[in-house]
Design a protein around this ligand. Structure first.
Ligand code: URA
Length: 440
């Protein structure tokens, strides 16, 4: 077999065989296939796509390229959750304890932020003392004893994706549905859960800008899940504006704690409850309707907040953050962004909001950059709100006045304020299962 022929066949729009996909993935991980041939194949896939069978073969080969987690020693059905990435998306921080507080074990591996999107690990590290680098046996012990742990991916989980993702990032081949689907699902499969809940973001702050693309990605991932016997459900949710009011690491943890206390903004609260309900449904805790009730009761009774405290403490963090936000390190400088004109907030560019937060210090441009855990934004106004010139649109947090200047300029450019009251778009757009697509 030759890599040249595999590239040529895909370039000509033919379906690759499982043997060809295995040859590519194993050769690329072993270093016998060079980056230039892997880039050519990625670009051919970008233009010619892949059949559902090819996508699942590619996913499986990638999942098997490194260590596979074995969660079988944990009791019950293990459900994982994954978001395709957005701005202000702190759902894992609230959803994991809500689900775990019902007795469903949550063994979660998360990632770091890059570009305009944040990452769960950075957010958790803003809790003083919290450790996300926990070796495998201890991770399982915490899940067994506490019911939930959120840690970083082990170094050898899906090495094929680590190499291929870095290559796609510099060859303009990230936004390909077969490549995104196989990248995400290979990591979920290797992480070992029985069922997978996907939150596919759609809109200005997401990879998928249109509903049709989000639906195609959701369908591709649900299809992969079915083929490898992991029940998979995808919710398509709106990312046309940031989720909740907080963007930036410690600010987002505070808002997630507010969700657990029942006092967070409505969009983030409802998103967390719906995600938790779908995870509980996948874990066979009841019908979707009864699981919605269960998730809400776990918050109202304080059980979910108690589980959050236990998780923080088990991972070395200071659980007092749940009661006293001054325990978080505080930003040195703050500034209010004032509305330059009166009118309605007609739209917001979520990606620009994320980039503004990154410019304040909350994000990283390359994976080796350090992040300022105190930096970020609290939005006072969002789409559909009326503003009067001079109103506070947002408060910005950073470590320097220069960064505030940059962040302020960027955030202002994310707001479109004008004459007509906009129609608010729904937050939940669709639910995708093997049975089909239910539009909301
Ligand atoms: N997230 C991933 O893990 N992979 C992609 O390709 C895109 C988003």
């Amino acid at each position: 077999m030759r890599m040249y022929d595999i590239i040529k066949r895909k370039r000509d729009g033919l379906e690759l065989t499982p043997q060809e996909i295995n040859y590519f993935v194993s050769g690329y991980v072993a270093g016998t296939i060079p980056d230039y041939q892997a880039s050519a194949l990625a670009m051919a896939i970008f233009f010619k796509g892949m059949t559902p069978r090819e996508i699942s073969w590619l996913t499986w080969e990638m999942a098997c390229s490194g260590e596979m987690m074995d969660l079988s020693s944990l009791p019950g059905i293990k459900v994982d959750k994954h978001s395709t990435g957005g701005v202000g998306d702190k759902t894992t921080l609230a959803v994991a304890p809500i689900v775990a507080s019902t007795g469903v074990p949550v063994a979660k591996m998360s990632g770091r932020g890059l570009g305009h999107t944040g990452g769960t690990l950075d957010k958790l590290e803003s809790i003083p003392g919290f450790s996300v680098e926990i070796e495998h046996d201890r991770f399982l012990d915490i899940v067994r004893n506490v019911g939930v742990a959120v840690v970083g991916q082990t170094a050898n989980l899906v090495p094929a994706d680590k190499k291929l993702y870095a290559l796609r990032d510099v060859t303009a081949t990230v936004d390909s549905i077969p490549l995104i689907a196989s990248s995400i699902m290979s990591k979920k499969i290797a992480a070992g859960a029985d069922c997978i809940l996907l939150d596919v973001k759609c809109g200005s702050g997401a990879f998928m800008k249109t509903f049709d693309d989000a639906e195609a990605l959701a369908r591709a991932m649900v299809d992969i899940g079915e083929k490898v016997h992991r029940t998979t459900v995808a919710l398509i949710t709106n990312m046309d504006q940031p989720l909740g009011n907080a963007i930036g690491n410690s600010l987002e943890v505070r808002e997630a704690i507010d969700v657990l206390k029942g006092c967070a903004p409505e969009d983030i609260t409802e998103t967390c409850l719906e995600l938790a309900a779908n995870m509980l449904f996948l874990a066979h805790k009841g019908t979707l309707i009864s699981c919605r009730g269960l998730a809400r009761r776990q918050v109202e009774s304080g059980a979910a907040l108690k589980k959050f405290r236990q998780m923080v403490s088990a991972q070395g963090g200071d659980e007092r953050v749940a009661d006293d936000y001054s325990v978080f390190e505080q930003a040195r400088c703050t500034r209010e962004l004032l509305a330059p004109v009166s009118g309605w907030v007609k739209s917001m560019d979520a990606e620009r909001c994320g980039l503004a937060s990154a410019a304040l210090g909350a994000g990283r441009a390359t994976k080796d950059d350090a992040v300022d855990l105190t930096a970020g934004i609290i939005l006072n106004r969002k789409v559909g709100d009326r503003v009067t010139k001079g109103d506070v649109l947002a408060t910005l947090y950073s470590s320097s006045e220069e960064k505030l200047d940059d962040g302020e300029r960027r955030l202002l450019s994310a707001f479109d304020i004008g004459g007509n009251r906009p129609v608010r778009t729904p937050h939940f757009l669709a639910r995708v299962t093997t049975e089909g697509v239910e539009r909301f």
